[in-house]
Write a protein that binds this ligand. Structure first.
Ligand code: PHE
Length: 455
């Protein structure tokens, strides 16, 4: 099963937090959260999203951490060890498949961030009207070649880190990059709020209109919570298999959830005031970030073009890096699985995963252009992969993880992991088990049933 020589080990407790936060914070927060919020009508969606983080996200994250650190194996290996020869292993296999599918479409958007970094450096993101920025994006994303090439570049970058080992590359760079991203986001929040009509965006974000609630909004909010926290596919359990014995699982999970949520909300505060200010519709979909943001730089720094130039380059680089720490974590889920379960040497395992994801990624990328008319259940390949994973596979995985940890796993194991063998006090342990047994699975189940229109 696990091959300890090949396994990375995070060097420090802060390393564990940063690596997990690096996985969680990514395009899900800065790109997907704003457009999902826009598609689902704003503040009411955000409220539901926050409830999902609390009721499902946090408890299930702690469960994944416990499972991963206890078994010290890839996600499929974990269930094999904890529940030998049982159907519970399906959780692990579904997770690996979800990781593979997400990586395939996620790397397309990650590729877009490289294009925008390039455009920013070439000074092409200045002196344009909002319409011209929109056209720039459409022309680029519909082109058959450019987005595909950037996607391949991004996959190769991810591949290199995976075969180099995660500890030096990721742990170290996360320590510098995450705080920088945070600061730059704060600067942009300030810029966006200074734009004319910014209040309209804030009203959209923070003043709930409950008449907009429908089953899709519930499902969307739950899907976003799982996607953004990297939950339900064994990604955080794979990372937890590299945690040290003294890592405080509860605190680490709480830190990751808080950081992740703050980045998402701040991304909303950057995007919506700007979108309303320049007249971009909040339900523009996946293009929202890419057509809105260039306007923020241009308008907020109209008198200081050099500053606008430098900040926009920095922002796209950091966005690409935030995506990078996430693609690495997805790749790691699948590579660790192929390596440990199929007994393929780690480097070769990584090559299989990279080639597989590039193949599917090409289709996802082309679905914005030449393959746009090809639909699965009425969705483009890209949207289908996104919906299938975030709205079905991840919440379902989360539900099963919750049931597994609450009902099947020996409670002593769960307690041992959360309390670090009795060293930490866990005052709310009973409540925690209650949430895993009943609250989280029932809540997820109700949202699924609701979506099917059964009540
Ligand atoms: N949480 C990541 C983000 O928000 C995406 C992700 C999903 C990463 C699933 C790993 C696993 O960008």
């Amino acid at each position: 099963m696990s091959n300890s020589n090949d396994r990375v080990n995070f060097g420090s407790r802060i390393g564990a937090i940063l690596a997990s936060a690096g996985s969680a914070v990514g395009l899900g927060n800065i790109w997907r959260f704003p457009y999902e919020t826009g598609n689902h009508g704003g503040a009411a969606f955000i409220l539901l999203y926050l409830v999902c983080i609390l009721v499902m996200g946090l408890p299930i994250m702690i469960a994944e951490f416990s499972i991963g650190r206890h078994s010290r194996a890839n996600t499929a290996g974990s269930y094999k060890a904890l529940a030998p020869k049982s159907a519970w292993q399906g959780i692990g296999y579904m997770g690996v498949l979800a990781g593979f599918l997400i990586l395939s479409f996620y790397s397309v958007v990650a590729g877009w961030t490289l294009e925008y970094t390039w455009q920013a450096v070439a000074n092409n993101l200045t002196d344009k009207t909002p319409d011209e920025f929109a056209t720039l994006f459409t022309t680029f994303s519909q082109d058959p070649w450019r987005p595909m090439l950037w996607m391949v570049v991004f996959m190769i970058m991810t591949h290199v880190i995976i075969i180099m080992g995660v500890k030096k590359g990721i742990e170290q760079s996360s320590k510098i990059m995450m705080p920088m991203l945070f600061v730059l986001i704060l600067v942009l929040v300030g810029c966006s709020l200074s734009l004319p009509d910014a209040e309209k965006g804030l009203t959209f974000l923070f003043k709930p209109d409950f008449s907009k609630l429908n089953p899709d909004v519930f499902l969307g909010a739950m899907g976003q919570a799982f996607f953004s926290l990297s939950l339900g596919l064994g990604c955080l359990s794979t990372y937890a298999s590299y945690f040290g014995k003294d890592t405080n699982l509860g605190k680490t999970a709480a830190s990751v959830a808080v950081i992740d949520t703050m980045v998402a909300i701040m991304a909303g505060v950057i995007i919506f005031p700007a979108a309303f200010s320049v007249g971009i519709s909040p339900d523009a979909g996946p293009s929202l970030l890419f057509i809105t943001l260039p306007n923020v730089f241009q308008m907020a720094f109209a008198d200081m073009p050099l500053l606008a130039y430098v900040l926009s380059i920095m922002f796209y680089i950091l966005l690409a890096l935030a995506a990078f720490t996430s693609t690495i974590s997805m790749h790691e889920v699948v590579t660790a699985f192929v390596n440990e379960e199929w007994k393929v040497p780690r480097k070769r395992a990584a090559v299989y995963v990279t080639l597989g994801c590039i193949t599917l990624g090409v289709l996802a990328s082309l679905s914005f252009g030449p393959l746009n008319d090809f639909k699965i259940l009425g969705l483009s390949i890209f949207d289908f992969l996104d919906s299938l994973t975030s709205k079905v596979m991840l919440p379902l995985g989360g539900m099963l993880i919750s049931i597994f940890t609450g009902w099947k796993l020996e409670q002593r194991i769960v307690w041992d992991e959360i309390s670090n063998g009795g060293k930490l006090k866990v005052p709310l342990f009973k409540l925690y088990v209650f949430i895993l047994k009943y609250v989280a699975p029932i809540a997820i189940g109700l949202i699924f049933v609701n979506e099917l229109g059964l009540f």
